[in-house]
Design a protein around this ligand. Structure first.
Ligand code: NDP
Ligand code: TDO
Length: 292
């Protein structure tokens, strides 16, 4: 692909899309939820009328616990909404870039290695199953595509809206001397700036198929929280607990560390480490009261 390409960005204003918009060409067509509804094929047609280029979909139903009690909503957006978009893209010969999640994978943490794009999916929640169905529809409905699995996103846009895990920890730290956090889920929390830049690099390289994009290394949510407080200089105790003790509605993977080797061979460099990403995030975030 040449260095200039036209992009339509679905989910604009969201956490990841905000940093993608910065990394993409200035004439990118920004499509927030009010401008496009994935559940409605007519809305997709209206929003993309006359567009030629690459369609990037960051829109999704991301409420992991809530999805357990409203599976129809999760599948309506993450599976059938994505299918509507994939079909439209195929009919207009538009390349589709679609974001999925580490939660479609899972492995035994005691004997685990990073999971590559060929690892067998093992969704353990409604959210994960709905995202996996979305992946399958993109593949089955067959536009030229990139499916990008990422993990544990933290981006500055979240400081103004729904929040993310880091913002949640910083908010809890304002009122508690100690926080209990699960220590038996291993993954790689990732900075949206780094994910956005790697995505644009894949597009420029003309990559197709499924790719993993996360920061480098891996950790648990407990160790992430402890690192955030260490870097922020906050004297908060982070107590390790098990997922069973936390008692969330949805089951999360115990090991969903993604192998990004396929990406890194195209980039020609390793992804930045997750601790370095946390440091850049903390420096970039406004000092206003954390949300969510
Ligand atoms: N957040 C994370 O930790 C991770 C996210 N992902 C995936 O990455 C992608 C981006 O995540 P993130 O940026 O955090 O998500 P956000 O929730 O910040 O952004 C998603 C955007 O999509 C919009 N949207 C939701 N439903 C629809 C719909 N039916 N039609 C059109 N637009 C819609 C939302 O608008 P509104 O809010 O107005 O409804 C929101 O602006 C998602 O696909 C997610 O599944 C993968 C791994 C980790
Ligand atoms: C707030 C809190 C959470 N936790 C646990 C719950 C959960 O297992 C883990 C992470 O919490 P979250 O609610 O941020 O995680 P969750 O919403 O499951 O995060 C996921 O979002 C979706 C969209 C994805 O695709 C995933 O990659 C992942 O990032 O931390 C604690 O142990 N203690 C706490 O005080």
């Amino acid at each position: 692909m040449s260095s200039h390409f036209s992009v339509a960005l679905i989910g604009a204003g969201g956490q990841l899309a905000t940093d993608l918009a910065t990394a993409l060409p200035a004439d990118t067509r920004l499509l927030p939820h009010r401008a496009i509804e994935l559940e409605a094929p007519a809305s997709i047609e209206r929003a993309l009328e006359g567009f030629t280029g690459v369609v990037i979909n960051t829109a999704g139903y991301n409420l992991v616990d809530q999805a357990e009690t409203e599976p129809e909503r999760a599948f309506a957006v993450n599976a059938f909404g994505v299918r509507n978009l994939a079909r439209y893209c195929r009919s207009r010969n538009l390349k589709l870039v679609h974001f999925s999640t580490d939660y479609v994978l899972d492995a035994d943490a005691s004997n685990a290695r990073p999971l590559d794009e060929l690892a067998l999916p093992a969704p353990s929640s409604v959210y994960a199953a709905s995202k996996l169905a979305g992946e399958h529809f993109v593949r089955a409905d067959g536009p030229e595509h990139l499916i990008i699995r990422t993990c544990g996103l933290f981006g500055i846009a979240a400081t103004k809206a729904k929040g993310n895990f880091i913002e949640t920890m910083l908010r809890l730290a304002q009122s508690r001397p100690a926080i209990s956090v699960v220590d038996d889920q291993h993954c790689t929390p990732s900075f949206t700036v780094d994910v956005a830049q790697a995505t644009v690099a894949l597009l420029k390289a003309g990559a197709q198929g499924t790719f993993h994009i996360t920061n480098a290394g891996h950790t648990t949510w407990r160790r992430l929280a402890a690192e955030v407080f260490r870097q922020a200089g906050l004297p908060v105790e982070v107590r390790p607990i098990t997922s069973a003790e936390f008692g969330a509605k949805a089951k999360r993977p115990s090991w969903s560390v993604l192998d990004c080797g396929k990406l890194e061979r195209i980039l020609g460099r390793p992804m930045p480490g997750w601790q370095d990403a946390v440091s850049r995030y903390l420096q970039a975030r406004p000092t206003a009261t954390p949300v969510s």
